[in-house]
Design a protein around this ligand. Structure first.
Ligand code: CDP
Ligand code: MG
Length: 133
């Protein structure tokens, strides 16, 4: 099924000029970039975006981090794009991500893991609306 998902290039990767590498990696792997913009969000916006994690011990650091510098938000479209993007990203912790995944290639640590991707159809819709509505 052709579907859409939200991807974010996080501050650590934007800072290292990895935007073009990451975009061409998606395109080489069957995901089309329908929309893309570079933005800097506030702590309040990051807190809203990550509110599913509000009870987690890492929530505050996570929200500070996502709002710490420019990010690139994208709508990716393709066959099973939600699971395909998650596969291309690799495990949340880069030290556990398999060879050939974005987080293995570029992730620095579990908190600076370079990319975000929606985890379900429901969240993809919510997250796309959050950045592009
Ligand atoms: O991003 P992903 O869906 O793979 O992981 P998550 O469990 O939804 O967590 C969201 C983000 O919180 C991760 O991408 C990490 O940047 C961060 N995180 C963290 O800093 N420390 C953890 N123990 C778990 C997640
Ligand atoms: Mg997640």
């Amino acid at each position: 099924m052709i579907e859409q998902t939200l991807s974010i290039i996080k501050p650590d990767a934007v800072e290292r000029n990895l935007e073009n590498n990451i975009k061409s990696f998606f395109e080489k792997n069957g995901l089309k970039i329908l929309k893309s913009k570079k933005v800097k969000i506030s702590k309040e916006e990051a807190s809203e975006f990550y509110k599913v994690h509000q009870t987690k011990p890492f929530y505050n650091d996570l929200c500070n981090y996502l709002s710490s510098g420019p990010i690139v938000v994208m709508i990716l479209e393709g066959e099973n794009s939600i699971s395909q993007n998650r596969k291309l990203m690799g495990a949340t912790d880069p030290s556990k991500a398999i060879e050939g995944t974005l987080r293995k290639m570029y992730g620095i640590s579990i908190d600076k893991n370079s990319v975000h991707g929606s985890d379900s159809a429901e969240n993809a819709k919510i997250e796309i609306d959050f950045y592009f509505k």
